[in-house]
Structure formats: C-alpha cells, structure tokens
Ligand binder design. Structure first.
Ligand SMILES: Cc1ncc(COP(=O)(O)O)c(C=O)c1O
Length: 400
C-alpha cells in the first residue's frame, strides 16, 4: 500500500528535488551576498553561483550562458518575450502582426490579447483533434507584417508536442522571431534552441523539480541578435532586460534542477512513459467509455488526459480524495467552464467536463500507479451506478 495521498499533478508543479534543496540552503544562510555587490567577497561568491546556474540552465537548452535572463517564472518570461519583442519590433518599424495558437497557456494568450488591444494584429490558430498546429497553418498565417510567432513546445493539459523545429525553420527562412513557451517540455523531452530555430524560450524551475518563483527567458544573441524592450525599469540587472535583485538561492536551485534533468532525462522519460502507459491501459481495460485526449504518441511522457463518459470530472476529483489530479473544468467558479484547450480540440462540453489530467513525475512509483488504477476504476463505477440508465459505449475515440 503506497502512502496516501498520492500526487499525480506534476504538470501543475513538481516537488523540489532534495538534491536541489540541499544545494540552495547555504545561499539562505552563510552565502547571502547580493550578486550585484561585486566589490566584496559575499557579492562575488553570489555572482559566481549565479553564473554557474546560468551555465547549467543554458546547457540544458543548447544555449550560451549570456543568453539566459532570469525572471520570476514563466508567466513573466512569456510576458517579456511577447511584449518585449512586439514593442521593440514596432519601434524598429518591422511590423505589427503576431501569430499564436488557441491552446497556449494564458501566460501567452493574455499578453497577446493585450497587445491586440494596443493596436497589434493577432492570429490565433486553431488546433486539430490531438491539439496540434501544423507548420502549413503557421505558413498560411504569415504576412509581410508578421513580427513574432509564439507556439508552445508541449501543452500543459494534454501533453501535445508541437512541431517546433519545423516552425522554427519556417520563421528563420522568413526572418520572423519565434518564441516557444517550453515550460512543460524542458527537462522532459530533448529540446535544443539551435536545432529548433527558437529565438525566445520560456521556462520555469518549479515544473522541473526546482523551486517556485524563478524562471528564465532564453534570448538569442546571434543569428539574429534579438532585442527586447524590458517590462521593468530599475537597476539594469540581467543586461537591462530584467531589473531587480537576483534571488540567488532560487537561481542556484534552478541551475542544479536543470543539471539533474540533463543527466537523468533519458532514463526518467522511459520510466515515466512505461508507467503512463500502464496507467492508461489499466484504466481503459477496466472501464468502458473512456477516451484519450491528446495524441497517443507525440506527447509528454508523464502526461495522461482521459475523459470518462457519464461522469463529471469535478465529482470524480472529489471522490478521488487521496489522488491529487486535475480536471478539465476550471473549478474556480460556481458554474465551472470546460477547459478551453479541450474545447479547442473539438471535445463536446460534456466530454471536456468529464476529463481528468494525470501528471506523473520523478517521484511517482509503480505502487502508486497500481493504486491509482484501482481507485479510478472503483470511483467511476460508483458514480456511474448513481446514474444507471446511461450506457457508456466508447465515446468517439479521439486519440488522433
Ligand atoms: C505551459 C505553461 N506556461 C506558463 C506557465 C506559467 O508558469 P509560472 O508558474 O512559472 O508562471 C505554466 C504553468 O502553469 C505552464 O504550464
């Protein structure tokens, strides 16, 4: 019997790896200098620690250390990428059109919509049943005025991997900047900014077993040298792109977390893929009327998203009280909205409401997966028994 409750919500956040925490602690206690205080030993010690972390983050992306700008997290990185690039490109009179996709995170969609209110034009591309955009769709959306394309590397709800390398190549050919929100992909699947032709890339530590409150934006320095308008004015830290005293302990943790991912990702992703497939097969073999949301193959190894016909995701969440998962409805209001991601993929409101996201991670065990399979089957059967006249034949298979 695994110890309860079981955490299967690693797309929301991950536990800080104990090795990461251990590396951080001295920077809260003895080594507390300000990384900008280069005139004394405490400051230089902190600056060196930040530089090492910058190299560790860069190495995971195939980037150079000086191309990494530390931020408070991916929400800030996405805002800096979109607004910073759009404002600068407008100043340089390059154009005013942005392209993104319907299933992006709000940290991309909302800055894009704000830029639209400021007078930029915006194309939001639809996705297919698996949540994918194609390079042909992006190509068809480009105009003479397009300055930035922003397409995520992997989706946070359904784990769909986007063809970022193809999109990057297209943008390079057309001389258009390419940003990717790679929060869910970095450290989980191989991603190299050179190979993928990415000019701006957002990442955050808390999705890769690092601490919350720190992230980074990769900003390409060569071919082309990307220029951004900063969001914040102040002390001119991070080469003027992000003023504010650097959170050294968090940055140290972020660096170690990236280093661990770089070394362990290949093995870890194989293990997670096996456990994810065990969970999927175990639930789908044990229950009728379950469909997979998102692609069967081109998805994050640790992500599983299922809809259970005839069951409300919120009710299932409540019933599965020892299992920390997420549902496809925003449970913040009295009248929950179905997930806009699942709706954009063509799911009915009913199936979107009936969805559950399972996020497996580094600390997920086989025993926990076995327990989760039994618990989900039991709870779905119990909820369906409350509504016995419904028949749960396979609802359209959307494995795409
Ligand atoms: C795809 C994606 N982008 C951006 C974010 C925001 O990241 P942060 O929590 O670091 O602001 C998240 C986290 O939920 C995410 O999954």
């Amino acid at each position: 019997m695994p110890s309860l409750p079981i955490y299967l919500d690693n797309n929301a956040t991950t536990r800080t790896d104990p090795r990461v925490l251990e590396a951080m602690v001295p920077y809260f206690t003895a080594r507390y200098g300000n990384a900008a205080s280069r005139h004394h030993v405490f400051g230089r010690d902190a600056e060196e620690a930040v530089q090492q972390a910058r190299e560790q983050v860069a190495a995971l992306l195939g980037a150079e250390a000086r191309e990494i700008v530390f931020t408070s997290g991916a929400t800030e990185s996405d805002n800096l990428a979109l607004k910073g690039a759009a404002w600068m490109q407008r100043q340089l009179k390059k154009g005013d059109h942005l392209v993104t996709a319907a299933t992006e995170h709000h940290a991309v969609l909302d800055p894009a919509k704000r830029l639209q209110r400021e007078g930029f034009s915006l194309t939001v591309l639809p996705v297919d049943r698996a949540g994918r955009v194609t390079v042909e769709q992006v190509a068809a959306a480009l105009t003479e005025r397009t300055i930035l394309v922003s397409i995520m590397a992997a989706n946070n709800e359904v784990g769909t991997l986007q063809p970022v390398a193809e999109i990057g190549r297209l943008c390079k050919e057309r001389g258009i900047l390419f940003h990717s929100d790679a929060v869910q992909a970095v450290g989980k699947v191989p991603l190299d900014v050179q190979a993928a032709g990415i000019d701006l890339l957002s990442l955050t530590a808390h999705k890769l077993y690092g601490p919350k409150g720190v992230g980074a934006l990769y900003v390409r320095r060569r071919n082309p040298h990307v220029r951004l308008e900063p969001l914040l004015d102040g002390g001119g830290h991070e080469r003027g792109l992000r003023s504010g005293t650097l959170p050294v302990p968090l940055i140290v943790g972020f660096g170690v977390a990236c280093e661990l991912c770089r070394h362990e990702m290949a093995e870890e992703s194989q293990r997670l893929l096996r456990l994810r497939e065990k969970l999927r097969a175990g639930i789908m073999d044990g229950l009728k009327g379950v469909c997979l949301n998102g692609p069967a193959e081109e998805r994050l190894p640790g992500n599983l998203n299922l809809s259970f016909a005839g069951v409300h995701g919120e009710a299932l969440l409540i019933g599965l009280k020892d299992l920390a998962v997420s549902s496809g409805s925003a449970c913040t209001s009295a009248n929950p909205e179905p997930s806009y991601v699942l709706r954009a993929m063509g799911l009915s409101d009913e199936l979107a409401h009936a969805s559950i996201r399972f996020g497996l991670g580094r600390f997920t065990t086989e025993e926990e997966i076995d327990w989760a399979i039994r618990a989900v089957i039991r709870e779905v059967q119990r909820l369906r028994a409350l509504n016995p006249e419904q028949e749960f034949a396979n609802p359209i298979n959307r494995t795409g």
